[in-house]
Structures are given as C-alpha cells and as structure tokens.
Design a protein around this ligand. Structure first.
Ligand code: FES
Length: 135
C-alpha cells in the first residue's frame, strides 16, 4: 500500500510548503493543498459525467473516475507490476497498463495480469463543482 507520505514524497517541496498547482505538461492543474487534491469540473470536464475519468500527476499518477452522480474513486495511477503509468479509456471503468496489458477495476483489483497486486485507493468525495481526494 502506498502511504500518504510515500505518495507525497515525490511532490516538489514548494507544493508541500504552500498551496500549489500541479499537473503534467499540457494538462489542467490539479489543486493540491496539504494532503488534499481538488479536481474542478471546469478544469476536468470528464469528471462531470458518470463514467468519465482522468489520470493526473500529483507527485505520482493518480487515476480519478466518477462512478456515480454522488461517488468517485481515486486510485494510484501506477501499475503494481512494474510501475508503468495507467490510462483510463473514457467510460470503460477499467484502468489499463500500456506496458504489459494489466487491467484494474474501479475497486483497484486486478482483472488481467501480469499484475497481481491491487492499486492503492484514496478517499474521494464528489462536491458541487469538484472532486476532492485525500492522499
Ligand atoms: S507494468 Fe503494468 S503490466 Fe507490467
């Protein structure tokens, strides 16, 4: 299991010291405040719809999928086989590894190997205009 400390360990110190904006090049910024990541629907429109999802980088990849009107899941976006980044085909409700083909369900469980270990899951809350994840 990835601990909060381990997850945040890769964050730039400036982001840990103060409220920061992080994301990968070309992607909208995720708001990170301490151990809370906020993904606004205005920045990530896929999350406004059930079945939509994104993989963002907040120190490490984090996969967030809207699973219901009032629910979302947040999972590590790194494959447990050899740490390749995962992708989320919109509406698939599966996270896919681009390296060797592993697949994970929305509970983080392995649905296709070669990975054998589940993904770490983080609490996620759906609000009026954003999804908030505690890492
Ligand atoms: S790194 Fe994901 S299946 Fe190998």
């Amino acid at each position: 299991m990835v601990t909060r400390r381990g997850f945040l360990g890769a964050l730039p110190l400036g982001a840990l010291a103060a409220r920061g904006l992080l994301g990968c090049a070309g992607a909208p910024a995720a708001t990170v405040d301490g151990g809370t990541v906020t993904l606004r629907f205005a920045d990530y429109p896929a999350l406004a719809n059930v079945g939509g999802g994104v993989v963002v980088t907040v120190g490490q990849p984090l996969a967030v999928v809207r699973t219901a009107t009032d629910a979302a899941v947040a999972l590590s976006g790194l494959c447990t086989h050899q740490s390749c980044p995962l992708t989320y085909p919109d509406g698939s409700r599966l996270l896919l590894c681009t390296c060797h083909g592993a697949q994970f369900d929305m509970g983080g469980g392995v649905t296709r190997g070669p990975a054998t270990l589940p993904l770490a899951e983080y609490p996620a809350t759906v609000g009026a205009d954003a999804i908030t994840i505690t890492i």
